[in-house]
Design a protein around this ligand. Structure first.
Ligand code: AMP
Ligand code: TRP
Length: 325
């Protein structure tokens, strides 16, 4: 018998790309059947970068996309971070126990600091730790790029438990999917597909039209080496590896099978366009229905926000004594 675990994960409100789907949401959909899942739209985190014009609209659209991808509100709690004020309250309590050296080591801060240096970006990992610890999450399903943040959360929870001399916080574990935990940019196979890449052609959005899919895949970078006969021929060929892994996951076939059937770069791109379209088409149809059914999505969020608030209150009430008494 599988033991039910508490699961929490989050994504910033922004147009989701296929990296978000294969790295995170795909896992969430299968986890929700047997676990108690909380999926959070981390709108406060997204204030550390400027992607959107209206945060409320971006959060609404992100929620609609979660639902279209198969997050079931009967099985999972879908909620918005800023609707539960305990996240920022716990951030502060945790911040008082966070060594600066730990924050200085975080790669996200080091990478973005020239662009967006702010206290918010610096404390980003502490808010993320608060998101996770407030729900006593055992598992945090994320893409590989988030590993360092989960390690940070674990270290902080262990440190506070040590200071409190009791198991105040549950120690969470990261959970990575088996494949495509890192979908790479269509323009550079060594950089992850990202919403912050200045080139729109580097990412496939979950809402991309057929034309956009064709344009982006046609223009995707490849190389001029001979066709790889076995997976080992792909060493040092990041762009080909990325496109082939996507096709392999979409067709549910091993890399070896894919290499045998595809046989040319032209076929690879054509098959990938077709499979991507087949994969995205039903999700987009659901998404557009949900965008029109505004009250349904808002009801799901209201119920999720209320339940998340109750659970977060329970944890906050339990742990605040250590900090305040
Ligand atoms: P973000 O868009 O940075 O808020 O990421 C939300 C979730 O998607 C996190 O779990 C990330 O690890 C995952 N993710 C983002 N980009 C990628 C990518 N290129 N490949 C795989 N997972 C990703
Ligand atoms: N930092 C995560 C990202 O950029 C988003 C996030 C915020 C998150 N809080 C979280 C992910 C809690 C998992 C759990 O992808």
């Amino acid at each position: 018998m599988t033991v039910t675990k508490r699961i929490l994960s989050g994504i910033q409100p922004s147009p989701l790309h296929i990296g978000n789907y294969f790295g995170a949401i795909h896992q969430w959909v299968s986890l929700q059947k047997e676990n108690e899942c909380f999926f959070c739209i981390v709108d406060l985190h997204s204030l550390t970068a400027n992607y959107h014009t209206s945060l409320a609209q971006a959060s609404f659209e992100t929620a609609a996309m979660y639902l279209a991808c198969g997050i079931d509100p009967k099985q999972s709690t879908l909620f918005i971070q800023s609707s539960v004020p305990y996240h920022t309250q716990l951030l502060w309590l945790l911040a008082t126990k966070t060594p600066l050296g730990w924050l200085n080591r975080m790669t996200q801060f080091k990478d973005n600091k020239a662009k967006d240096e702010s206290l918010g970006l610096y404390t980003y990992p502490v808010l993320m730790a608060a998101d996770i610890l407030l729900y006593d999450a055992h598992l945090v399903p994320v893409g590989e790029d988030q590993k360092q943040h989960i390690e940070f959360t674990r270290d902080l929870a262990l440190r506070v438990n040590g200071l409190a001399e009791k198991d105040l916080f549950v120690i969470p574990e990261p959970m990575m999917g088996k494949s495509n935990t890192r979908v790479m940019s269509l323009k550079d196979g060594t950089a992850k597909m990202s919403k912050s890449d200045p080139s729109e052609l580097s990412r496939l959005l979950m809402t991309d039209t057929r034309d956009a899919i064709v344009r982006k895949i046609k223009g995707a970078k490849t190389d001029s080496e001979p066709w790889p006969n076995t997976p080992s021929d792909l060493v040092g060929r990041p762009e080909m590896t990325n496109l082939l892994s996507l096709l392999s996951v979409l067709k549910n076939q091993s890399m070896t099978e894919i290499l045998q059937t595809v046989q040319s770069c032209k076929n690879l791109k054509e098959m990938l366009m077709e499979e991507m379209f087949l994969f995205l088409n039903p999700i987009q149809a659901k998404y557009h229905d949900l965008i029109r059914d505004r009250s349904f999505v808002l009801d799901v969020l209201n119920q999720g926000n209320t339940y998340a608030q109750e659970v977060a209150y329970g944890t906050f009430d339990r742990i605040q004594h250590f900090f305040m008494d």
